[in-house]
Design a protein around this ligand. Structure first.
Ligand SMILES: NC(=O)c1ccc[n+]([C@@H]2O[C@H](COP(=O)([O-])OP(=O)(O)OC[C@H]3O[C@@H](n4cnc5c(N)ncnc54)[C@H](O)[C@@H]3O)[C@@H](O)[C@H]2O)c1
Ligand SMILES: O=C(O)C1=N[C@H](C(=O)O)CCC1
Length: 248
C-alpha cells in the first residue's frame, strides 16, 4: 500500500531512502533537516498527513526527533546510531504515548544474516578460549559515532555466547587488564559504506568473518520495508520482528 512518508534527516541516507521509497510507490510528504531553511517544518503538517517517519539524523538529535514523532502520533523508523544509552528512556516514552517505534543498528538483510552467522560462530568458539576474539569496523570519514552501531550489535551477539568475555571496549581505551573485553577497532577511510570483521586468533591460525557493504542501498531498502510494516503495530520493534530467518 502506498504511504505518506516524512523524512527526518536528508543527508546521505535520507536521499537514498527517498529514491527507494519513490520507486516502491510511496510519497515523500516532507524532508526535515537542520542543514538549511529549505527543509520541511513538521509543525506545519497536520497529524494525518504522515503515515510513518523515517529518521536518519545524528546521535545528538535522534531522541528529540523520536519524542516529537511520539507526541504527534507518528510511527517512527529510526536508523540513527550512537544514542542507544538512552534506549530505555525512548522505550518508556513509546509506552506512555502508545506509539510505534522501530530501531535497527543496521537495516540491511545481509548484515542481519551476518548477525546470525556471528552468533553461530561465537557459539562454536565458546569451548576454545585460547582463540582471542576481536573486531574491526571501517566506515567513511564523515561518520560521527564510533564504534559503529553495527559493531556494538555484533559484540553483543558474541557476548551472549562467550563466557570468558563480559563487555566490549573501544581499542583506544584498552588497558593491560582488559582480558574480559572484546576490543573493537574503528577505522575511518574515504567513502567506505561499512565493513565489519570478527576474528578469532590463536598462535597458529585465524578464523575471521567479514561483511562488506558495497553501497547504502541495502540499509535504505531495509528501512523502507520496516516503514511499510510498522504502522498498526504498537510498541517497540526491531529486525527480528520483521524478518523470518529460520535458524538451523
Ligand atoms: N541503521 C542503519 O542501517 C544505518 C545505515 C547508515 C547510516 N546509519 C546512521 O544514520 C545516521 C545518518 O547517517 P547519514 O550517513 O545519512 O548522515 P548524514 O550526516 O549524511 O545525514 C544526517 C542529516 O541529518 C541532518 N540533521 C542534523 N540534525 C538534525 C535534526 N535535529 N533534525 C533533522 N535533521 C537533522 C543533517 O543536516 C544531515 O543532513 C547516522 O547515525 C548513521 O550512523 C544507520
Ligand atoms: O554510514 C554510517 O554511519 C553507518 N552507520 C551504521 C552503524 O553505525 O552501524 C550502519 C552502517 C553505516
Amino acid at each position: 500500500m502506498s504511504m505518506n512518508i516524512l523524512l527526518f534527516g536528508y543527508g546521505k541516507m535520507g536521499r537514498v531512502i527517498e529514491q527507494i521509497a519513490l520507486d516502491r510507490g510511496h510519497q515523500i510528504v516532507g524532508r526535515v533537516d537542520r542543514k538549511d531553511d529549505s527543509g520541511t517544518d513538521p509543525d506545519q503538517l497536520p497529524d494525518d498527513a504522515v503515515d510513518v517517519v523515517i529518521e536518519f539524523t545524528t546521535p545528538e538529535s535522534a531522541v528529540e526527533n523520536i519524542t516529537y514523532c511520539f507526541q504527534r502520533g507518528w510511527p517512527v523508523v529510526c536508523g540513527t546510531t550512537g544514542w542507544l544509552s538512552r534506549l530505555a528512556e525512548v522505550e518508556e516514552l513509546c509506552r506512555q504515548h502508545k506509539g510505534s517505534f522501530f530501531y535497527a543498528s543496521n537495516y540491511s538483510i545481509g548484515v542481519n544474516l551476518f548477525f546470525r552467522l556471528n552468533k553461530i560462530l561465537a557459539k562454536f568458539m565458546r569451548n576454545y578460549p585460547s582463540y582471542h576474539v576481536s573486531m574491526t569496523e571501517i566506515h567513511h570519514t564523515e561518520k560521527k559515532d564510533a564504534p559503529s552501531g553495527t559493531a556494538i550489535t555484533l559484540a553483543q551477539g558474541v557476548l551472549e555466547h562467550l563466557p570468558h568475555k563480559s563487555r566490549w571496549i573501544d581499542k583506544s581505551d584498552v588497558q593491560s587488564a582488559d582480558d574480559d573485553a572484546i576490543v573493537i577497532e574503528s577505522l575511518r577511510e574515504g567513502t567506505v559504506p561499512g565493513t565489519h570483521t570478527i576474528r578469532y586468533d590463536s598462535d597458529v591460525d585465524r578464523i575471521e568473518i567479514t561483511h562488506t557493504a558495497h553501497s547504502r542501498q541495502g540499509f535504505a531498502l531495509g528501512a523502507v520495508v520496516a516503514a511499510e510494516w510498522l504502522p498498526g503495530h504498537e510498541g517497540v520493534f526491531g529486525m527480528d520482528d520483521l524478518l523470518n530467518f529460520n535458524e538451523e
